[in-house]
Each structure stands twice: as structure tokens, then as C-alpha cells.
Design a protein around this ligand. Structure first.
Ligand SMILES: [Zn+2]
Length: 166
């Protein structure tokens, strides 16, 4: 069975760059609009790639037209945005943690011996996994930063979010 992270493809507007990063950390396939992106380009891309548009831009949402699913968020803060999105799309915040690059959305692979040389010596004894991004070369390991992010993802998963329409 496919995980939600494999089936749900999202696209965030530039105002939601922080949320996009957290969705990628959870394992979701999330495109992110550049700050300069035109509304039409965003909508065309979502339609072409069958992505759900996640936006805080009411104007953009009302111009989406038919054939495009849009989730309009109202919250300013990250926790509130996560709550709204979870209610709308049943997000599983721990579906495939740290399997995508937070910066460019590329699926990570197991770090090669050469890539492992970029891990700081103090982190090399960690149990792993050590993963790397084939696009930008960034290496990910379960250091304190990743562990703090994982704790927040777990907290979001454990939350009793309100369901749609409640
Ligand atoms: Zn990358």
C-alpha cells in the first residue's frame, strides 16, 4: 500500500515556505513557488502536475478555477497552519520522516561512503540513518536538529486536530 507521502502531491505558495519545509520533513512531495512566481504560472504548474495548491493568498485561491484542488489556510503561525492542513487533508506527520531534501524536495538516498565523509566526526557514531540528497549533495543525519524536528512532527501527529467542517 502506498503511504500518504507517495500519493498526496502538494504545492505551497511562497508565503508558506516554512510549512513546505515541515511537510517535506514528514515525507510529503511538496513543490514551493518562488517569491517572484506569477499566479498563472503557479496555477498552471499545479494543474499540469496534479498538485493540491496550499495557499494563504485568497486572491490566488479564488482564481484557481475548476479542476484544481485548493486548500486556503488562514493561520499565520506554523502550528495553526499545520492544524488547518491536517484537518483538510488528513496529513500524517510521521509518514516517512526525513526521506526528502528539505531544501529542494528531492527523495534522499542512503549516503555513500564519500558522502559520509561530510558528516562531522562527532555525529558519525550516531545510529543513523545517514541520507544524502542527489540534487544538492546535502547530507542528513539524526543529530539534535533532526531529533528536535522529529519531536515536533510527533507532537503534531498526536494532536487531536478538529476534523473537516467542525
Ligand atoms: Zn537537496
Amino acid at each position: 500500500m502506498a503511504t500518504p507521502g507517495e500519493t498526496l502531491q502538494l504545492f505551497c505558495d511562497a508565503m508558506l515556505a516554512g510549512l513546505a519545509r515541515w511537510l517535506r520533513a514528514a515525507g510529503y512531495d511538496v513543490g514551493l513557488a518562488p517569491v517572484s512566481a506569477m499566479d498563472r504560472a503557479i496555477l498552471d504548474l499545479c494543474r499540469a502536475q496534479s498538485r493540491i495548491l496550499v495557499t494563504r493568498d485568497r486572491h490566488l485561491a479564488t482564481h484557481a478555477g475548476t479542476g484544481l484542488r485548493v486548500v486556503l489556510l488562514r493561520a499565520n503561525g506554523l502550528d495553526g497552519q499545520a492544524a488547518e492542513l491536517t484537518a483538510a487533508l488528513c496529513i500524517d506527520w510521521t509518514c516517512a520522516p526525513f526521506t526528502r531534501c528539505l531544501l529542494d524536495n528531492t527523495p534522499l538516498h542512503r549516503a555513500t561512503p564519500e558522502e559520509l565523509t561530510r558528516v562531522p566526526p562527532r555525529a558519525r557514531d550516531l545510529p543513523g540513518p545517514f541520507r544524502a540528497c542527489p540534487a544538492c549533495g546535502r547530507v542528513y543525519w539524526p543529530g539534535s536538529h533532526v531529533r528536535r524536528m522529529q519531536a515536533r512532527l510527533l507532537r503534531w501527529r498526536a494532536c487531536d486536530w478538529p476534523g473537516p467542517g467542525e
